[in-house]
Structure formats: structure tokens, C-alpha cells
Design a binder for this molecule. Structure first.
Ligand SMILES: NC(=O)c1ccc[n+]([C@@H]2O[C@H](COP(=O)([O-])OP(=O)(O)OC[C@H]3O[C@@H](n4cnc5c(N)ncnc54)[C@H](OP(=O)(O)O)[C@@H]3O)[C@@H](O)[C@H]2O)c1
Length: 255
């Protein structure tokens, strides 16, 4: 991926950090996007650089008016300074937030989760299309929740369903430019967002037991799949949602 330029939204933490790190290890210059935690973004960039990679942080709050324009303007300014041009090869729409269940989510929660998880990627792609190189890659981070019913995550799961439709339809539209669009659907993975789940040993064991591979995921498990879909090797794969849940809830265990 030498000479490739990638943007990973929410690249400062968790799965996004693992993706940013893997793409940088593969040789890409990576824009590590974050929302509010500048320290985490700086740490991620520093860790990438310590490993010989190239990265920079870019801040933009998603889910607010003008979010995509702000992110693209800041990204463009950084790229112009670092590379002398504004061009992108890989976009990973990873940043996301949660909402609640049918009984707890407020209309404001609902609007916010759709604004961050669906509207922001949609308009980010719209704004980046002129600078995304032909033959480029878009990878959307979906969720196993679109296959597995989890009532406490209902509104969030609905956003991921929308992202899957976005993936398939955008792939059809952008294929003529050689741009592939795919999604990766992780299962439960220990990150800041899910720390509360994995702090409970019984929950942790239950999560491992629900996976056909009988272990808990590592963010790198997801990042490696994204790296494939961001690479030249995936050139004949587009419009797909790749399940990266370690076979979570595939069927009854031990039958
Ligand atoms: N972890 C899981 O179990 C799991 C399972 C299935 C799917 N996924 C998906 O994997 C992706 C990453 O999840 P994660 O668990 O790694 O999340 P995480 O650890 O909470 O990290 C979220 C990242 O997104 C950024 N972000 C969140 N809301 C933002 C906003 N409104 N504006 C700007 N940036 C924002 C955060 O930046 P700041 O902290 O600076 O705001 C951070 O960099 C998400 O799409 C998630 O839906 C995760």
C-alpha cells in the first residue's frame, strides 16, 4: 500500500485504531480521524510513527450540521501540506455511536445515531468522490447485529442495516470507476465502547462461547479483514458484507 492514502473515521480507538495501524503497517499514509479525544488520536499517530509508519490526526465531530464538509476541508488542508495534492485511495467509514432500545431511545437519540452512523458516511462519500482515485476502496464498518437480533441495540442495528444497503448500492454505482465498496460486520469486540460488557467475566465467557471459534475477538481480527478489502487483492469483490464475527451464533454448539 505504499503511496496509498487512507482515511479511517474513528481511527483513534478500538477497531478503528487497529485498522489505521494495519493500513499504516502496510505502507499507507493514514488520516486518523477522531471526535473529542485528542489524546487518543495523538497516541495512535505516535504508535504508528514509532513503528515506522506515516499518519496524522484529523478532528471533526460527526452527527452535527456540516460535519462532512468540516472533515473534508481539514483532511484536504493536511494532505495538501503533506503531499502537495488532495487525493484519497481508501476510505474506511468506522466511527459510530449507539442509541438504545425501543423502550429507552428518545427521538433525539434516534436522530443522533442515524446522523453519526448513516448520514455522516453518506455525505462524506459524496464530498470525497471527486478526490477518491479510480480503483479506490470504500469499506464500511457494519455489525453482526444486522443478522443477530439484539433488542438493546435496536436503533443502532437499524443504522447498520442502512449501511449494508448503502454498501451494495454504492458498489453498483462506483464500479464503473473501478472503486469497490464493501462492508465488514464485526461481532462483540472489546473496545472502549464495549468495555462494560467485557468487564463482566461471565459476559466475556458467554461471548467467547457464542463464537464458533470459542474465543473473544481482538480488534486486529477485524482490521485484517478490512486490510484485505482495502488492498489490490480484493479487486473482484464488491457490494459485499463480510461477516467477521468469528462465527457468532452460527447455530447450536456441540451438535
Ligand atoms: N466493538 C464492538 O463490539 C463492535 C461490534 C460490531 C460493530 N462495531 C463497529 O465497529 C466500529 C468501531 O467501534 P469501536 O467499538 O471500536 O468504537 P470505539 O472504541 O467507541 O471508537 C469509536 C471511534 O469513533 C469516534 N467517534 C464516535 N462518535 C463520533 C462522533 N460523533 N464524531 C466523531 N467521531 C466519533 C471516536 O472518537 P472520539 O472518542 O474522539 O469521539 C473513536 O475514534 C463502529 O462502527 C461500531 O459500530 C463494533
Amino acid at each position: 500500500m505504499t503511496k496509498k492514502i487512507a482515511l479511517v473515521t474513528g481511527g483513534s480507538k478500538g477497531i478503528g485504531r487497529a485498522i489505521a495501524t494495519r493500513l499504516a503497517n502496510d505502507g499507507a499514509l493514514v488520516a486518523v480521524h477522531y471526535g473529542s479525544d485528542e489524546e487518543a488520536a495523538k497516541d495512535t499517530v505516535a504508535a504508528i510513527e514509532a513503528n515506522g509508519g506515516q499518519a496524522f490526526a484529523v478532528q471533526a465531530t460527526l452527527g452535527v450540521d456540516g460535519d462532512a464538509a468540516t472533515l473534508v476541508d481539514r483532511l484536504s488542508a493536511e494532505l495538501r501540506e503533506r503531499t502537495g495534492e488532495v487525493a484519497l485511495d481508501i476510505l474506511v467509514n468506522n466511527a459510530a455511536t449507539g442509541a438504545g432500545s425501543i423502550t429507552t431511545a428518545t427521538p433525539e437519540d434516534f436522530d443522533r445515531v442515524f446522523a453519526v452512523n448513516v448520514k455522516a458516511p453518506f455525505f462524506l462519500v459524496q464530498r470525497l468522490l471527486p478526490v477518491l482515485r479510480d480503483g479506490g476502496r470504500i469499506v464500511n464498518i457494519s455489525s453482526g447485529d444486522t443478522r443477530i437480533a439484539l433488542p438493546f441495540e435496536l436503533a443502532y442495528s437499524m443504522t447498520k442495516g442502512a449501511l449494508d444497503v448503502f454498501t451494495r448500492t454504492l458498489a453498483q454505482e462506483l464500479g464503473q470507476r473501478g472503486i469497490t465498496v464493501n462492508a465488514v460486520a464485526p461481532g462483540p469486540t472489546p473496545t472502549e465502547r464495549t468495555a462494560h460488557m467485557f468487564a463482566d467475566e461471565r459476559m466475556r465467557a458467554g461471548t467467547a462461547g457464542a463464537s464458533a471459534l470459542r474465543r473473544v475477538a481482538d480488534p486486529a481480527d477485524i482490521a485484517d479483514v478490512v486490510a484485505f478489502l482495502a488492498s489490490a487483492d480484493s479487486r473482484w469483490v464488491t457490494g459485499q458484507v463480510v461477516d467477521a464475527t468469528g462465527g457468532t451464533f452460527l447455530g447450536p454448539a456441540g451438535v
